[in-house]
Every structure is written in structure tokens, then in C-alpha cells.
Ligand binder design. Structure first.
Ligand SMILES: NC(=O)c1ccc[n+]([C@@H]2O[C@H](COP(=O)([O-])OP(=O)(O)OC[C@H]3O[C@@H](n4cnc5c(N)ncnc54)[C@H](O)[C@@H]3O)[C@@H](O)[C@H]2O)c1
Ligand SMILES: O=C(O)C(=O)C[C@]1(C(=O)O)C=C[C@@H](O)C=C1
Length: 368
């Protein structure tokens, strides 16, 4: 498709969407705006956008598609500001916010003017922020939730899906209320739990300095998302507070139940507790982004001798397998080191696992 697309908020999500749109619609012009000028400059330098917009006002006027990929509170403010501008009558405005009810409510003035707003939420992401973490394949196979008002013409929804074709996501239409209930359960609430586990651990570490050094695989897996942007999550929680308060009440009951099982030393019930959790977890769809890691990490246990990292990267280079990131887990320095290598795709990670197995005796695992 041809036209002008403006992306407001050039972080992980805005940057990734810009890349997807450019890939699918090469002839379109992608204009980017971010309140942080450094992000705009970086986005242009990385080829994520074609042009930098100096203000939203100037660039939105002739846009065919406006994507707001800013934090949820800012998204509301931007929508209210757009409602005052002389926009192209055929423009489609969408957002990427993790909550929908309050955002959709703030579009009343746009709606009164007959301007199309279709709430959007790509259900894939990461704990990383900023345009430097943006990638074209971020949304592949993920659900992309859309919350069009029932007055929006189907053709407009189809046009938006066409713009977003390069995401290779699976579109699903739901109401804003249902959206906030479902994402409250599978996304917002787990972020609270992850942060609470980390905070409890931090408090207990004050009297036990070994704790941070022992926190290894399991702790890291369940708390990865506690490294997400605190600013972003503060607003998400406040947008969805009623649902989250309900879930916290249920969780407290659940925890009281577990406490009861322990107090009563109810061995069969404890076994059953873990069995049921395992069955549900193991049955989650693995091909969908929601259930697999956002970055395809491979963990390699490495002995401590000079040159071991270049040895492993050498094996991967030999088989032409590209890596996107490499780091050492410091917490396990005192036993062997653990090298974490990230790949763009699950297939690359699989090839790397086979490659390292073929050329060495290093133990690998995918850590999930
Ligand atoms: N991170 C995720 O996993 C994820 C996944 C799906 C949806 N989302 C949602 O997408 C949105 C963006 O998240 P992200 O992860 O890309 O965050 P991010 O922090 O990587 O990027 C947000 C960008 O918005 C910019 N910004 C803030 N206020 C602005 C304003 N008033 N005008 C213009 N730019 C502004 C910031 O400078 C930043 O560059 C959020 O609403 C978030 O809830 C996040
Ligand atoms: O993978 C992660 O780090 C995420 O937290 C991604 C995640 C999620 O909770 O699944 C976070 C917020 C979004 O709105 C959608 C996706």
C-alpha cells in the first residue's frame, strides 16, 4: 500500500511496527515522532523510519495511518490532541497500548468527528525498551488484538489489517472490556507477581548475602518480566485496577489454599497442585508467541578457560548461524559460567543447539 504512516512513540513496539510496515509496503513513507529526540534520531539512523517529524501536529495532518505506540497514559493525551487537528478524512488511527477500555473511552471526540479509531494491541513484546530493541519478527505468530467500535466499517478494519500484514500476527477482534479482563489475567497480573517475588527476595537478601548469587534458572525464568519498564507498568496497572484488584483477591485465596496444604502436610493434594499446573502449562500452544520466549535464548554451560566464547561463536559462524546477542550470567561464575546466546528465530536457536552438540561437549538448554 502507498501512503504516509506516522508512528508516534518510537520504542520497542513503535519501532518494530515501523519495520514490519516498511517491509510489506515498501512504497509507503514512514514518519516517526518521539518526545525523546534521541529515540527519533536513532530510529532514523537504524533505518526504522524514513523521516523524523518535528511535531505531531505537522505530520498527522496528511497521514493515512497514525499509530500511537506510546505508554498508555500518553496515548490518551495524544488521542485527545489528535481530535483537535484537521486530519485527513480517511485516516485510520490505531494504538498499541496494553490496556484498551480507558484508551477507547478517550476517543469520544474523534468519534463525534467521524474519524476512525481502531484500538490495537500486539500481544508480543519484551522486557526491553527503546528502538534499539525493535525487530521485524517481534509479532510473528502472536495474537494482535483489535477493538473496533461496532460503528466502524469492516472495510476500515480490513485496511488496517492490510497495513499490518508484515507483522505476520493473527488478528482477533474483541471488546475493550474483554480485552482488559483477558490481558489482566495473562499479562498484567503476572507482572505484579514477578515484581513481588523480586521484592520479597530483595528484602530477604538484606540478612542473607548469598541469596542473589544463588538465584539461578528458576528464579530468572519467573522474574524476567520484572525487568520491564516501571513507568510503563505503573500506568498499565492504574488503567486496569478494578480487574487487577479482583485477581489479587483470588490470588490471596489461592495462596491461603497452598498454605493450608502445607500446614496439613497434605502430600497427595500438593502433588495434585503441581500436576494440574504442569498439565495446563504443558498444554499451552507452543507455536504462538504468547507461550514461547520473546527472544530465542540458548543457555550454554561453559567451563572457565580463556577463549571458550570465541570457540563457541566460531562453531556457529562455521554453520552460518547469526546471533543477536551474547552474554554471561554472572551469578553462576563460581560454578561453571553460563553463556546466554540470543537468536532471531526459533529455527536458528534449534540449529545452534545441534551445532554446539556436534562440535563440543558443552551442555545446552533453552531455559523455559
Ligand atoms: N513492551 C511490551 O512488551 C509491549 C507489548 C505490547 C504493547 N505494548 C504497549 O505499547 C506501547 C509502547 O511500549 P514500548 O514497549 O514500545 O515502550 P518503549 O518505552 O520502548 O517506547 C515508548 C516510546 O514512547 C515515547 N513517548 C512517550 N511519551 C510520548 C509522547 N507523548 N509522544 C511521543 N512519544 C512518546 C517514549 O519516549 C518511548 O520512546 C505501550 O503502550 C505498551 O503498553 C508494550
Ligand atoms: O515478553 C514480555 O516481556 C512481555 O511482558 C510481553 C507482554 C506480555 O505480558 O506478554 C507485555 C505486555 C504487552 O502488552 C504484551 C506482551
Amino acid at each position: 500500500m502507498n501512503g504516509r504512516v506516522i508512528v508516534i512513540g518510537l520504542g520497542l513496539i513503535g519501532g518494530s511496527l515501523a519495520l514490519c510496515i516498511k517491509k510489506e509496503h515498501n512504497e509507503a513513507t514512514i514518519v516517526g515522532f518521539d518526545i525523546n529526540k534521541e529515540q527519533s534520531r536513532l530510529a532514523k539512523m537504524l533505518g526504522v523510519i524514513d523521516e523524523i517529524a518535528e511535531t505531531i501536529e505537522d505530520s498527522a495532518i496528511d497521514a493515512n495511518l497514525i499509530i500511537i505506540a506510546a505508554p498508555v497514559n500518553e496515548t490518551k493525551e495524544i488521542l485527545q490532541m489528535l481530535a483537535k487537528l484537521p486530519l485527513h478524512p480517511d485516516v485510520i488511527i490505531t494504538d498499541t497500548g496494553s490496556t484498551k477500555r480507558k484508551i477507547v473511552e478517550s476517543t469520544a471526540s474523534l468519534k463525534d468527528r467521524g474519524i476512525t479509531f481502531i484500538g490495537g494491541h500486539p500481544m508480543a513484546g519484551s522486557h526491553k525498551s527503546g528502538v534499539s530493541a525493535a525487530k521485524e519478527i517481534l509479532f510473528e505468530n502472536a495474537f494482535y488484538l483489535l477493538t473496533p467500535d461496532n460503528q466502524i466499517e469492516e472495510a476500515k478494519v480490513e485496511r488496517l489489517k492490510c497495513w499490518l500484514l508484515g507483522t505476520k500476527a493473527k488478528f482477533l477482534t474483541i471488546t475493550p472490556e474483554n480485552h482488559d479482563y483477558l490481558t489482566g489475567i495473562v499479562s498484567h497480573f503476572p507482572h505484579i507477581i514477578a515484581a513481588s517475588i523480586v521484592r520479597q527476595t530483595e528484602k530477604l537478601s538484606a540478612s542473607e548475602s548469598l541469596i542473589p548469587r544463588l538465584a539461578a534458572g528458576g528464579f530468572r525464568d519467573i522474574t524476567r518480566i520484572a525487568s520491564s519498564s516501571p513507568e510503563m507498568w505503573k500506568d498499565i496497572l492504574l488503567h486496569n485496577r478494578e480487574i487487577l484488584i479482583g485477581l489479587l483477591n483470588q490470588w490471596q485465596e489461592e495462596m491461603n489454599g497452598v498454605k493450608g496444604l502445607l500446614e496439613n502436610e497434605d502430600s497427595p493434594a500438593i502433588l495434585n497442585y503441581f500436576n494440574q499446573a504442569k498439565q495446563f502449562r504443558d498444554g499451552l500452544p507452543m507455536k504462538e508467541k504468547g507461550a514461547i520466549p520473546a527472544f530465542y535464548d540458548l543457555y550454554v554451560d561453559i567451563p572457565d578457560y580463556p577463549g571458550v566464547i570465541s570457540e563457541i561463536t566460531g562453531y556457529l559462524a562455521k554453520e552460518d548461524i547469526s546471533i543477536t546477542n551474547i552474554r554471561i550470567l554472572e551469578t553462576r561464575e563460581d560454578i561453571n559460567g553460563v553463556l546466554v546466546i540470543s537468536f532471531q528465530t526459533e529455527e536458528d536457536r534449534y540449529k545452534a543447539e545441534r551445532c554446539i552438540e556436534t562440535y563440543s561437549n558443552f551442555q545446552t538448554s533453552i531455559g523455559s
